[in-house]
Each structure stands twice: as structure tokens, then as C-alpha cells.
Design a binder for this molecule. Structure first.
Ligand SMILES: [Zn+2]
Length: 187
């Protein structure tokens, strides 16, 4: 699956797009199981590939994803942002520090150390993704945020042209084919 335009720049955008509605009524959840969620986090440098997430971890990721999707939807449509979405993002961002802390010991001297033990990998990933989502919706790129206009696709993207509003050439081709079909039927 090729990332949507902008999703390589913003992991939160790729995260929001990890629940996919596919043509033919198919549905693909890239966080649908602990193994799938581990793979997704590892591919985004948010967890070691052998971190062995549990189902509760995958469920936490899916829950934040839903809230981030609501946040993006509200931003795209210019609607009030649901309080639950703000709360979920703020909670994920503040539950755990994301900066590597400064340490000193006689053997190593000054060094930076990740503040989260392995057991808190998911909290760290949630914090990073939530902070990235907050950056996305408040930064200069927020104006380019759009929902893919090629049904049934449910991905979000950053528009590269003013009029382009699909997430991939594949979705663009499908949208054009659907328009051509509608025109032929109209004749
Ligand atoms: Zn699309």
C-alpha cells in the first residue's frame, strides 16, 4: 500500500490511514492484531520489531486512531472538534515524556536516555503520534489537509495541487473512470 500524499512526512497521517476501506466492500486494518500493530510501529520506527505487543496495546492504538480521524475530519470540514478527540490527543501527549532525558553517571558521563522502559513502548508511540497529529492540524500544512475524494477510499492526504483531492494515482484513476462512466450513462 503506497502511503497517501503527505503521509511519509506525518506519521500521524499514515496512522489515521491505517484503517482502510477498499473497493468491493473490503476493509483492511493495519492495526487489527497485535502482530500487525507491532509491524506497523516497527515500520515507523516507533517500536522494535520484537517488542511483542499485546491485544490491549493494539486496542489502545486503534482507539487513538479513531480520535485522530475525528480530529482530521473536523479540521477538513471546518467543524467544531469533538471534546473526546482533544482529550484523547492531549492525554496521549502528556502521559509520557517523549524527549530523551539528560543523565549523568561516572562511567558514561553525560548522556541522553530514553525515559520509557520497553513495557511502555506503546505509551511512547501514542505520545509521538498524538504530538504529530497536533503539529499537523495546527501547522502550515493544515490548509492542505483533505479527505480522499474517491469513494470508498477513506484516507486523508495533504493536497499537492489546489484541485487534486485524492490520496494516490490509483484513487485518481478510479475517480476519473467513475466520472467517465457517469457521463456515458448520462448520454
Ligand atoms: Zn484514496
Amino acid at each position: 500500500m503506497i502511503p497517501a500524499a503527505g503521509a511519509e512526512q506525518y506519521p500521524a497521517l499514515d496512522f489515521a490511514n491505517s484503517a482502510l476501506a477498499l473497493p468491493g466492500g473490503q476493509y483492511l486494518d493495519l492495526l487489527g492484531s497485535p502482530d500487525a500493530a507491532t509491524r506497523w510501529l516497527a515500520e515507523h520506527d516507533l517500536a522494535p520489531a520484537d517488542s511483542g505487543l499485546r491485544e490491549t496495546c493494539a486496542a489502545q492504538l486503534r482507539a487513538l486512531r479513531e480520535q485522530i480521524r475525528m480530529l482530521l475530519a473536523a479540521r477538513v470540514d471546518g467543524l467544531p472538534v469533538p471534546a473526546g478527540a482533544l482529550e484523547a490527543v492531549n492525554d496521549a501527549m502528556t502521559r509520557t515524556p517523549t524527549a530523551s532525558l539528560l543523565r549523568w553517571d561516572p562511567a558514561r558521563g553525560l548522556h541522553r536516555e530514553s525515559p520509557h522502559p520497553v513495557t511502555r513502548i506503546v505509551e511512547h508511540a501514542l505520545a509521538v503520534l498524538a504530538a504529530d497529529a497536533a503539529d499537523l492540524v495546527t501547522g502550515a500544512d493544515a490548509e492542505r489537509l483533505a479527505a480522499c475524494g474517491s469513494p470508498p477510499c477513506n484516507r486523508y492526504l495533504l493536497r499537492t495541487h489546489a484541485r487534486r483531492h485524492w490520496c494516490s494515482t490509483r484513487c485518481g484513476d478510479r475517480a476519473r473512470a467513475a466520472r467517465a462512466y457517469a457521463r456515458r450513462k448520462g448520454d
